[in-house]
Structures are given as structure tokens and as C-alpha cells.
Design a protein around this ligand. Structure first.
Ligand SMILES: [Mg+2]
Length: 119
């Protein structure tokens, strides 16, 4: 199981940003765009590869390290945005899982990939 206590990481992120006086650039617009840009960088690692090629790619430690860095970039911007907006990420995630549970009842969607309005 992942250790998801990110308190220390958030403190380090805020310190990193403050020391560089970068918070003035970290508007919700810029942070949300940065999340999408970093997600694209993550996707670049898998673009044009089939499932076997992706697995082969990820079996090489240097490649996995690069993928981990993109995941960290995405998470960094997500944590900064949610911190700035005073969003309780744990509560928000639990609430969203509950909403999705109602949207996608097991009885209707188990083993299916259809969108909720097509179940
Ligand atoms: Mg990156």
C-alpha cells in the first residue's frame, strides 16, 4: 500500500516555491495547465507503444525513473493547486469515490467499460 501522507512533501513544495518567489506565477490557471502539460509528458513515454512494448519499456529502470519523475511533476502541481485553494484532498477524494459509487453501481457496471449514461 502507498504511504499517502503527503504533509512533508507539501511543506517541501511550499518551501521550494517560496524560496524562489514563484507563487506569483502559480495561479489556478497556470497550475491547472501545468498539470495537463506534465500529464502529456507522462503520456509521451507510452505514445505509439502497444501493451507489450509499454511493459518492456517500464521494465528498464531508467525508463521507470523518468515515468516516476513525470508522476511527481503532476502530483506537485496538483498538491500546490489544492493547497492554494484550501481543498482537503482526502475528503474531496472520498466524496468523489462515493459519488462515483452511486453513478456506477456494481450491479450495473461490473466488468463493463461503458460510461454511466450508457449503462
Ligand atoms: Mg515533467
Amino acid at each position: 500500500m502507498n504511504n499517502i501522507d503527503l504533509t512533508q512533501a507539501v511543506e517541501a513544495l511550499i518551501k521550494f516555491r517560496s524560496e524562489r518567489d514563484w507563487s506569483k506565477f502559480h495561479t489556478p490557471k497556470n497550475l491547472s495547465m501545468s498539470i495537463a502539460i506534465e500529464a502529456s509528458e507522462l503520456m509521451e513515454h507510452f505514445q505509439w507503444k502497444n501493451e507489450d512494448e509499454v511493459n518492456q519499456y517500464l521494465s528498464i529502470p531508467e525508463n521507470l525513473e523518468k515515468v516516476k519523475e513525470e508522476i511527481a511533476d503532476i502530483l506537485s502541481y496538483l498538491l500546490l493547486l489544492s493547497t492554494d485553494l484550501k481543498i482537503d484532498l482526502n475528503r474531496t477524494l472520498l466524496d468523489k469515490i462515493q459519488k462515483n459509487s452511486e453513478k456506477y453501481p456494481v450491479s450495473k457496471c461490473k466488468g463493463k467499460s461503458a460510461k454511466y449514461n450508457e449503462l
